[in-house]
Design a protein around this ligand. Structure first.
Ligand code: URA
Length: 230
């Protein structure tokens, strides 16, 4: 790829500005300062201000989403994207969340610039399990375990029942729910349907990736290897 195309594709500057960046000595290839925007290089070999081009093979990040921010590019108020480096938003492929968490849900959220990765993790056909822990405002009825596992729970306004889901009751008003699909406000709606409205909700795992093992404080992120979901 041309150097000016690399700088713009990975969010550093426009193709036009690239000439200036190169002139000022900010770009090097294989340790040698670059001379021309039209010179070709592999993105992996390019340093900008002494640092390798970020995520040349695709951006895959796990964020510990805090409460109070929204998984949207447009809404008012704090957005999950405000927690990430601005340069990522300038990448040609754009960064998006893999599915969404509600504003008032915390926990594990993946972000990527790879549309096929989003599809692979969110498609109900793939059944990637997502684990949620929650506290409720009322006792969780023990019958909910069987109802959720049955694949017969029909949520208000839906035309197909929820896929079987595993509910573990951890305390009178707290539990863990593993889902294999992602419908709008699904955890809250499933628990409301059995008379136990959710007060606190956190996603603790997606497939093999556990929030706990990442050691991230709320608002922190880390790059991940997408191959763990293969
Ligand atoms: N289910 C919900 O109700 N909210 C979320 O954020 C995720 C799953």
């Amino acid at each position: 790829m041309r150097l000016d195309a690399i700088l713009s594709r990975f969010g550093y500057c426009s193709r036009r500005e690239a000439a200036q960046w190169i002139k000022r000595g900010r770009v090097s290839v294989g340790g040698v300062p670059a001379k021309s925007p039209s010179a070709k290089a592999a993105p992996e070999d390019v340093l900008v201000d002494g640092a390798p081009v970020e995520f040349p093979g695709g951006l895959y990040v796990a964020l510990h989403k805090p409460l109070g921010c929204t998984c949207s590019h447009r809404e008012e108020g704090e957005l999950v994207y405000d927690l990430l480096p601005q340069r990522w938003m300038e990448r040609a492929d754009g960064v998006s969340t893999v599915g969404r968490l509600d504003k008032e849900t915390s926990g594990l959220l993946l972000l990527t610039d790879d549309g096929s990765f989003v599809h692979a993790l969110t498609s109900p056909k793939r059944h990637v399990p997502k684990v949620y822990e929650f506290d409720c405002a009322a006792t969780i009825p023990p019958e909910a375990v069987e109802l959720f596992a049955s694949g017969e729970l029909m949520l208000h306004g839906e035309t197909t029942p929820c896929l079987p889901a595993e509910l573990e009751i951890l305390g009178e008003r707290s539990g863990r729910l593993t889902l294999h699909e992602g419908r709008y406000h699904q955890v809250r709606r499933m628990l409301a349907a059995v008379g136990a409205p959710v007060l606190r909700l956190e996603r603790t795992a997606i497939g093999p990736l556990k929030l706990e093992s990442l050691n991230l404080a709320p608002g922190e992120w880390v790059a991940i290897d997408p191959a763990i979901f293969a």
